[in-house]
Design a protein around this ligand. Structure first.
Ligand code: ADP
Ligand code: GLC
Length: 492
């Protein structure tokens, strides 16, 4: 597996949770997994909380547009597993303050950084004689792996049988660069055509990954359908429709060792489905103190933990804020990203002290405390490939309000009415991207929050759902087998 981030080593979003948890789950099913990650400078700062990192002694160099760029490989293991983690070390590329961007701007050499990483994955497999059955790449950062496997590395010793799988976590990020970056990929210019690596005149690394993959997956069944349309395909819907038979949506799971209210060491009062009432009461009081909200047990807290990006529906929240906040409730936001939304939310907190709290930043521990201490979780996303927080919320007895898109549609059951869905509903799902509809849905949820017999049942329904990775890991294994079969059918 190759990914640009994975828990517990590096994380900006859900990709990291998925890469870490899927590797672990495959290992538990008895597969032999090696996970490739960039060796970020940040990772070295975290060293205390990570397993020991060793030098493999392996050195290599990659021709990047006429310049030989040296690399080294460190190794460690994924905690509590047999998963080998190989960290690609290249200080010039990876010793930065952030993973992909600073102050809202992507690093200017992102194409070089991740082409280097992708090419290193194959070079290290070759030199270490890893002989993979399948290479599973994730998102644009590793798209070139699939291209090189079918060209330069095709049929080379150790790669005779290697199939490739590409997982699409978000079509909005494609790794588009100007065409003169093409030599960084290590691929021949003849592949710079509209069926393979080129899109609208640019080099497109996600397209490369899709075009050359034996099998393609995305992170929910609904998103698999959505990305074959012009609304969500972001220009690649034609290619994806063409590959529809090789494309499958597999819903992400959650890592029970990390997101489990019974064992969570980040929260003040761990709880189970039988003790959720009391557990939540304590977690909520602690959260109100920490976030300087009024100390009240009877008022519902609406929480949100998210990248602050257009994708996540912040304009609906700020647009409907006055109406939402005319009710007796509290709101709590943790996130970082777009300066505009950060400013808007800070402004709300200033105007509603004790009622709205905002924390700008990335804070894993606080994310757990918000999942545990809130009553309702907001995810009114414009689009959402899968989304993990709604599943964490269900697990923590925090009722999600979501839009009916992507993985949100696949994981939350709407409460329609007491007679229709009391035994099955796990949250509230609305359709149109409209601030009025969001406000209405929140009003309905708040009303039901004050009907304890109904609310308790919705909480219980959510907490009893199974989101373990094992189910999804089996589905990935089936995809890996299909990739290997397709690889065998392809001529060398
Ligand atoms: P996406 O990958 O689109 O950002 P997901 O819901 O799949 O959305 O995953 C987001 C992950 O990142 C979750 O684990 C969430 O808790 C975490 N996260 C997002 N923002 C923050 C933050 N500011 N602090 C801590 N964790 C965060
Ligand atoms: C992306 C998506 C998110 C998904 C995550 C992990 O960041 O935005 O919906 O859950 O990847 O697959």
């Amino acid at each position: 597996m190759a990914a640009s981030e994975a828990v517990p080593f590096s994380k900006t979003g859900g990709l990291a949770d998925v890469a870490g948890a899927l590797a672990k789950s495959l290992d538990q099913l008895g597969h032999d997994v090696t996970l490739f990650l960039p060796d970020y400078f940040l990772l070295r700062q975290n060293k205390g909380s990570l397993p020991a990192i060793h030098d493999t002694g392996l050195r290599f160099s990659i021709q990047m547009n006429g310049r030989a760029v040296p690399g080294a490989v460190n190794w460690t293991t994924l905690p509590n597993t047999n998963v080998r983690v190989l960290l690609v070390r290249q200080p010039e590329y990876f010793d930065r303050r952030h993973l992909y961007q600073e102050d809202g701007h992507g690093y200017a050499d992102n194409c070089a950084r991740f082409c280097f990483f992708s090419r290193a994955v194959l070079e290290i497999c070759r030199q270490m004689i890893l002989r993979p059955d399948v290479i599973h790449s994730n998102d644009w950062q590793t798209g070139v792996v699939n291209g090189l496997l079918q060209t330069q590395y095709n049929g080379r010793p150790g790669f005779e049988r290697t199939g490739s799988v590409m997982t699409l976590h978000n079509m909005a990020f494609q790794g588009r660069f100007w065409h003169f970056d093409m030599p960084l990929t290590g691929m021949d210019w003849r592949h710079f055509n509209q069926n393979q690596m080129e899109a609208w005149g640019d080099l497109n690394l996600l397209k490369t990954g899709i075009a050359f993959a034996d099998q393609i997956t995305t992170v929910s069944p609904t998103y698999a359908t959505e990305i074959c349309t012009s609304d969500e395909g972001y220009g690649l819907e034609g290619l994806l429709s063409h590959r529809r038979d090789d494309l499958v949506g597999i819903l992400n799971g959650i890592d029970d060792d990390v997101w489990n209210p019974e064992t969570d060491h980040h929260i003040p009062a761990p709880y189970s489905i039988d003790t959720v009432g009391e557990g939540k009461r304590q977690c909520k009081a602690h959260l109100q103190t920490r976030m300087h909200l009024d100390q009240r047990a009877d008022v519902p807290i609406l929480g949100m933990v998210s990248r602050m990006a257009d994708q996540k529906g912040f304009d609906l929240i700020t647009g409907a804020a006055e109406r939402i906040l005319s009710q007796d409730l509290q709101m709590l936001f943790l996130g970082t990203g777009d300066a505009y939304y950060e400013g808007q939310l800070r402004d709300l907190a200033r105007r509603y002290p004790g009622k709205v709290a905002v924390e700008i930043g990335f804070d894993d521990s606080l994310a757990h405390q918000i999942e545990a201490g809130s009553d309702i979780f907001l995810m009114p996303s414009r689009f959402e490939p899968c989304g993990l927080n709604q599943m964490y919320s269900l697990r923590y007895g925090t009722v999600p309000i979501v839009r009916r898109v992507g993985g949100l549609a696949d994981s939350v059951e709407n409460f329609a009415s007491e007679s229709e869905s009391l035994q099955t509903a796990t949250g509230f799902v609305f359709g149109d991207y409209s601030k009025e509809l969001l406000a209405e849905t929140i009003e309905k949820a708040i009303w039901l929050y004050h009907q304890p017999h109904i609310w308790r049942q919705i909480v219980r329904n959510g907490m009893s759902r199974d989101w373990s990775w094992t189910r999804s890991a089996h589905e990935y294994v089936a995809v890996y087998r299909r990739a290997m079969e397709r690889r065998t059918r392809r001529s060398p």
